[in-house]
Design a protein around this ligand. Structure first.
Ligand SMILES: C[S@@+](CC[C@H](N)C(=O)[O-])C[C@H]1O[C@@H](n2cnc3c(N)ncnc32)[C@H](O)[C@@H]1O
Length: 550
């Protein structure tokens, strides 16, 4: 993109924002080279291992432990078996920053509210190390499908992928999440240098269009954050209205929210907010990356906002109290279709410090139950409806499905599934296993049923039962480590059979590699790519057709 093509109104606003001298540096950056980035998937590989494995020169992104620059003239990282093994994600270096600075830890309940195509979700999911929950949402269904693919490719098991409005999500998950990322839709000014199309879009929808939308989305996120929890708000634009302006709006609307200053020293060249201390701005003339804005917000723990430190013990335990509220509210959303309702603590949000009925409950109608009754009722429902497989208490169906007599597999049909699961050294807690007509799922801990939302996936799709035959899924292959399945064929990354496998071809095994019988995990360089079925000296290709190397 040439700087001369920038719209005059944008150029004027940037000159006003930066001052004459710095504006000149900004414009000069349009003539400079920029480097794309890739980020190692910490769930599967350490950054130094990835650097040693890939055949191109990689240069570390100074502020992202797992991030690298690569040279686009030399490398084609989307055409390498390691990419298909989910070992890295292609991501612009500045865009790696929000996922790096939101302090996610294993066990957290994390929401990525505007998540597609999943750059930051895959980063957050990796940091959970399979513990806790990642709800990744995008209002656009088609974009949410790309998001699901990227999360599955990255091998993240504890996901719930939804396609909902933030407002609807906030009815189902009040005060539920420990950490929330709002990487908001924006006018994209920070990407102008790389992407001329963004300039055309800006002319149609600029800051005045996006700022009200961002405020609505961020406000919904605040209602889903538990006391003591943290939100990271980010955009890839420079407009003060969309950046600090949106943060100022939520700070004024929610008195229990505070700005947690970001340390600009973490990102060489970063600067603070404009007219609002504590935010972080990245400019392409100051860092090796494109434009970005970040702000970290914390919800004070009820009545303990003076407590020193970040989420100290008092704050954490206050958060735990709300955990129940959050769960009950989540249940209310989930059970809404059954006419059930329960209590939740949304009253906190209204500022009265008391408990109140949640809106999801109000909507649910007149089959009223108290929270305790509801919990008891749910236990009873589980006990009545969950079926056992082969009398071993192994395979279960969703409550409601069995009750309504839908097409659930008979216990006798689940023997092959059990036999397959027995071979895995991946822990599959049976109480989280769900057998449904469209697939067998390992649900995330604490989410025994999918929420009553438009969702594309809840948990890890393990595979499908077809007339009693269990077929493992591509998603399962991506979650597994090679050592966790007994039958594997491992090509070197350079072996052309790895690419031929990814293209969907039948693969002939060399002497000493076979014969292989039954389901076989095909790997490259020790990392799983997908499934094949061994038929003596050949592997029948079972790589998921929608993911093939074209
Ligand atoms: C900046 S992009 C997100 C990029 C993503 N975080 C990543 O790292 O790959 C913003 C996303 O917000 C979504 N979006 C737009 N309006 C939305 C809304 N009202 N609620 C939720 N998501 C929305 C868009 O579909 C788009 O995918």
């Amino acid at each position: 993109m040439r700087a001369e093509l920038l719209p005059a109104a944008f150029a004027d606003s940037m000159r006003a924002l930066l001052g004459d001298e710095e504006y000149t540096s900004y414009i000069r950056s349009f003539g400079e080279d920029w480097k794309p980035g890739l980020r190692a998937n910490g769930l599967k590989i350490r950054p130094e291992q990835l650097k040693a494995m890939l055949p191109w020169h990689l240069e570390p992104v100074p502020w992202v432990e797992t991030g690298f620059y690569y040279d686009a003239d030399q490398a084609r990282p989307s055409r390498h078996p390691a990419y298909y093994a989910g070992l890295y994600y292609l991501q612009e270096p500045s865009a790696m920053t929000p996922g790096e600075l939101l302090p996610v830890k294993p066990g957290d309940r994390v929401l990525d509210l505007c998540a597609a195509p999943g750059g930051k979700s895959t980063q957050l999911g990796a940091r959970l190390l399979g513990e806790g929950l990642l709800v990744s949402n995008d209002i656009s269904n088609s974009r949410a499908r790309a998001l699901l693919k990227n999360l599955e490719l990255a091998g993240i098991p504890n996901i719930c992928v939804t396609s909902e409005s933030p407002e609807r999500l906030s009815q189902v998950f009040p005060l539920f999440f420990d950490k929330i990322l709002v990487d908001a839709p924006c006018s994209g000014e920070g990407m102008f240098r790389r992407d001329g199309e963004m300039v055309k879009d800006w002319a149609l929808k600029g800051p005045a269009y996006y700022a009200p939308l961002q405020r609505e989305i961020l406000a919904a996120a605040v209602t889903m954050l538990r006391p003591g929890g943290t939100i990271l708000y980010s955009t890839c634009t420079f407009s003060r209205e969309e950046d600090e302006g949106t943060v100022e709006y939520v700070l004024s609307r929610f008195p229990d929210l505070e700005l947690k200053p970001l340390d600009t020293g973490l990102v060489p060249g970063a600067c603070g907010g404009i007219g609002l201390d504590g935010c972080m701005r990245l400019f392409p003339h100051r860092i090796k990356g494109e434009g970005h804005f970040l702000a970290l917000l914390r919800k004070k723990s009820g009545g303990e906002s003076g407590t020193a430190g970040d989420g100290g013990l008092a704050a954490e335990s206050a958060g735990e109290e709300f955990w129940d509220g959050g769960l009950a509210a989540y249940s209310a959303g989930r059970l809404a279709g059954d006419g059930a309702r329960t209590e939740c603590s949304t009253g906190r949000l209204a500022g009265d410090g008391g408990r109140a009925e949640c809106s999801a409950g109000k909507v649910a109608g007149d089959n009223v139950r108290t929270g305790t009754e509801d919990l008891r009722g749910r236990r009873r429902e589980k006990a009545e409806a969950w079926e056992t497989a082969k009398g071993r208490g192994a395979v279960r169906n969703f409550p409601g499905q069995a009750k309504k007599g839908r097409n659930t597999p008979a216990a006798a049909d689940t023997g092959e599934l059990e036999a397959f699961l027995e071979q895995l050294s991946l822990p599959v807690p049976r109480e989280r296993l769900s057998v449904r007509p469209e697939g067998v799922y390992l649900l995330p801990a604490g989410m025994e049923q999918p929420p009553s939302l438009r969702f594309l996936r809840t948990g890890l799709l393990l595979g499908e039962l077809k007339k009693g035959r269990f077929e493992p899924s591509q998603a399962l292959a991506m979650v597994l480590k090679k050592e966790q399945y007994p039958v594997t064929v491992d090509f070197s990354m350079e072996d052309e059979r790895a690419v031929r496998y990814l293209k969907g071809e039948t693969i002939a095994l060399a002497e000493g590699e076979g014969p292989v019988k039954g389901w076989c995990l095909v790997c490259a360089g020790g990392y799983p790519l997908g499934w094949a079925k061994g038929a003596g000296p050949v592997l029948k290709n079972k790589y998921y057709p929608g993911w093939r190397w074209m």
